[in-house]
Design a protein around this ligand. Structure first.
Ligand code: UD1
Length: 414
């Protein structure tokens, strides 16, 4: 269990380095199983989700060595993980399905159940694998997959990030050509494709809705540095917006953050880009409308931090969450701090300008936990954030330390 004590902070200021993207690193680690040669991934963030993915690769027979921020993986001989309990506890573990099927021709995996923010089914992953020659049986929480992958055309009913990644990884070693239509366009998809192409894959169209993969017989090793984390950068940008701060987010890629940055500008923030990264200053002053969408739309992962900014401005802000069915759990917690938010289905109406007051609040999921930490910074008095399941450590590399570096009063008390 982790606990954080957060005190009112007037202005965040200074510079902070953005870590590599968790959501890019996880699929890239899984993709390392597609080659029997050594791969070196650089600047890998220290996160429990990343450590768990490394553990899963070890359970599949890969040699995994971490030397500070470098992770070396050699997946010479791989197999279905003998021990599978860890798969049930981590959503992203589903990403080993494509690589294992492609390399081994068969596998059986325990799949994670639903999670706090929604049911998160994997039907699109499985349907897509069937389209390219996989035979799939899904029973009692276990997936049995086998078959030589031959290529084919896949249309995704929804541009799922995880399904696009799994299908890409399965198809790169397939016999024929695979086309994924209505593919996800997130920067993490582009990064995965760049990594795979660096290993010898033939993928074109990454970053568009139509991706074509020409199967190759084998991939080779490479050295790769993943993209910076646009969600961590966005969370720190919101922290600046709620404290009338002035910060430089070193290494942040503003081209990956357009939707969020437009919204922050609409709220009154001043932005400037230079070779060091992204500079932000000012305070959120105007209410906004936010509709979460697939990339390049507004990211669902930024909805909760942005809602804290909306709480700070006079007037009514309107949020519509269209990606996950249960992603307003932070609303109850913000309510304990005095926020006036009404949720009706996918819609949240935020009556901003009501001062937040420090309270004891509970971390319900990863992004909600970060949002509550920001709320603590702009609330009167002290806030105790209780993170029983250590959500923050899963996906933010030392968020409290980075906020402290910017002058934020955050202390981890356990
Ligand atoms: C990834 C990100 C997560 C982000 C999300 C949406 C990682 C490790 N996680 O999650 O941080 O919030 O993208 O940007 O990269 N769906 C189905 N059937 C499927 C797959 C998905 O119905 O087979 C639905 C989901 O339930 C959800 C929506 O599609 O409602 C989006 O899910 P998806 O894009 O797959 O998200 P993840 O890859 O799980």
């Amino acid at each position: 269990m982790a606990q954080y004590l957060i005190s009112y902070t007037q202005k965040l200021s200074g510079e902070v380095m953005i870590s590599a993207s968790k959501n890019a690193v996880l699929p890239i680690l899984a993709a390392c199983m597609l080659t029997d040669e050594e791969v070196l991934i650089r600047n890998v963030p220290l996160l429990s989700d990343v450590e768990n993915m490394c553990r899963i690769l070890s359970l599949c027979g890969a040699e995994v060595k971490r030397e500070n921020r470098d992770v070396r993986i050699c997946a010479r001989h791989i197999h279905t993980p003998a021990e599978q309990e860890i798969l049930r506890t981590m959503r992203a573990s589903v990403l080993i399905l494509g690589p294992l099927l492609a390399r081994c021709g068969e596998t059986h995996l325990s799949m994670p159940g639903g999670c706090a923010i929604g049911q998160r089914p994997i039907d699109l992953h499985l349907k897509g694998l069937q389209k390219i020659g996989g035979r799939i049986l899904y029973e009692g929480g276990e997936i049995r997959a086998e078959g030589k992958l031959t290529g084919g055309s896949i249309y995704l009913d929804f541009p799922s990030v995880g399904a696009t990644e799994n299908l890409l990884m399965a198809a790169v070693l397939g016999k024929g050509v695979t086309r994924i239509e209505n593919a996800a366009k997130e920067p993490e998809i582009v990064d995965l494709c760049q990594f795979l192409n660096a290993c010898g894959a033939r993928i074109v169209g990454a970053g568009t809705a139509n991706i074509t993969i020409e199967g190759v017989s084998r991939l080779h090793g490479t050295v790769y540095t993943p993209i910076p984390d646009r969600i961590e950068a966005g969370t720190l940008a919101c922290a600046c917006a709620v404290t009338d701060g002035s910060v430089l987010l070193q290494g942040a890629r503003s081209d990956h953050m357009r939707a969020l940055l437009f919204k922050l500008q609409e709220m009154g923030m001043i932005l400037q880009e230079d070779e060091k990264g992204l500079r932000l200053r000012g305070k959120a002053r105007h209410p906004i409308e936010v509709r979460t969408l697939s990339y390049p739309g507004f990211p669902t992962d930024m909805q909760s931090p942005m809602m804290v900014a909306a709480c700070q401005v006079n007037g009514l802000s309107v949020f519509l969450e269209t990606i996950f069915e249960n992603r307003y759990m932070h609303v109850v917690e913000l309510g304990r701090m005095g926020a006036q938010i009404r949720v009706e289905g996918q819609l949240a109406l935020i009556q901003g300008g009501v001062p937040l007051k420090g309270a004891r609040v509970y971390a319900t999921d990863l992004r909600a936990s970060a949002a509550l930490m920001l709320a603590g910074l702009c609330a009167e008095g002290q806030t105790l954030l209780i993170d029983e399941n250590e959500h923050l450590l899963r996906g933010y590399e030392c968020l409290e330390a980075k906020l402290c570096q910017l002058g934020g009063a955050v202390v981890r008390t356990s």
